[in-house]
Ligand binder design. Structure first.
Ligand code: FAD
Length: 316
């Protein structure tokens, strides 16, 4: 019997986040019928974009005022109620998916497979995922009779392309009691003209070696020259040089840009696990023994404050 898969769409109310197309590639790997669900106050554009994606059999929209903000406490009971008719429920392993899906899994009494990197064998319900910050890669099997609940490591999948025809869109209402203990108050976010760190093809990251918030302007300057997003190590974030939504790594963002520049970053395993799937890695560090050089395709040993202006000049 073919599997029915429910995929949670990530969006900002207007635009479908590219993480959804990547998670869809994993969902399609299960070989079943994939329905994408859009929880929103008004799902219009997001549902239309989801319906275009290759491999989507149907888009479900659950529209209500409370779904205007992606509040995990509000979405989880609705996901759990909707999950009834499905064998598997997937979401991208982004801040959004990591927040909401474990709650839904708990409500369903099902174990969650986090950070799926590969569908090893759909029939055998076996998935590959990292453990211990990527030091171990394990294959896990979800027992028969247990719902598959999984977050998808988006860096491990190419986004599904648009298909030739649009899938049908169906408005559904979900009977779920919503909690009164959590309500959406507001969103405080940094406005930036720079590309989104999670999906940018080029990323320049700075570490503790950059030394201060003020010094970080050298990182921003190089990034702007390259049209790149800016990331940081946890040490740079903890030291207050940059906000924590810029953190790359195990407890930050897992990214897969074509080009990654690590500047003044030592290359601790918890950082490196966040860039495992990057294309070309360039490291600049004054310590020739820094572990980042073990994984870098290109390495420059020297003082970043001397090398970065030279690099910018060479780029033109
Ligand atoms: C549970 C757990 C989760 C974690 N999650 C993350 C995570 O998500 N992301 C993350 O990044 N870390 C994470 N860490 C922290 C991680 O272990 C490291 O402490 C951190 O990555 C170090 O950051 P760094 O490389 O910037 O700093 P450091 O290790 O201090 O390295 C700074 C580097 O800068 C170089 N340097 C200094 N001055 C210059 C200069 N002028 N020019 C050139 N190079 C210079 C130095 O040679 C050094 O290699 C986690 C740790 C734990 C325990």
């Amino acid at each position: 019997m073919s599997m029915k898969v429910l995929l949670l769409a990530e969006h900002d109310g207007n635009t479908l986040n590219p993480s959804t197309a990547r998670a869809l590639a994993c969902a399609n790997g299960l070989g079943g019928e994939v329905h994408v669900v859009v929880f929103a106050a008004s799902a219009g554009d997001v549902a239309n974009a989801a319906a275009q994606l290759e491999g989507v059999a149907k888009v479900l929209t659950v529209e209500r005022t409370e779904n205007g903000a992606p509040l995990a406490a509000v979405l989880a009971p609705q996901i759990a109620a909707l999950a009834d008719g499905y064998d598997a429920v997937l979401a991208p392993s982004t801040t959004f998916g990591k927040d909401v899906l474990p709650r839904a899994a708990a409500l369903l009494g099902a174990p969650q497979v986090s950070d799926i990197m590969e569908v090893v064998d759909a029939g055998a319900r076996t998935f590959r995922r990292p453990m211990y910050a990527g030091n171990a890669i394990v294959d896990v099997k979800v027992p028969e009779g247990v719902k598959i609940i999984g977050t998808v490591r988006t860096a491990s999948f190419q986004g599904a392309a648009d298909g030739t025809s649009a899938a049908p869109i169906e408005a559904v209402s979900v009977a779920a009691e919503l909690p009164s203990h959590s309500e959406y108050v507001g969103l405080a976010s940094q406005e930036s003209e720079r590309p989104d760190l999670q999906s940018a093809p080029r990323v320049v990251s700075g570490g503790r070696g950059v030394g201060s918030e003020e010094n970080f302007k050298v990182i921003f300057s190089l990034a702007d020259k390259l049209g790149a997003a800016v990331g940081a190590s946890r040490a740079a974030v903890d030291a207050g040089y940059v906000p924590n939504d810029m953190q790359v790594g195990q407890t930050g963002k897992i990214i897969a840009p074509d080009l990654y520049l690590a500047i003044g970053i030592s290359g601790a395993i918890q950082h490196v696990t966040g860039i495992k799937d990057a294309g070309i890695i360039v490291a600049i560090n004054k310590d020739p023994e820094a572990p980042i050089f073990e994984i870098a395709d290109y390495g420059l040993v020297g003082d970043l404050f001397k090398l970065l202006p030279e690099l910018e000049e060479a780029i033109g």
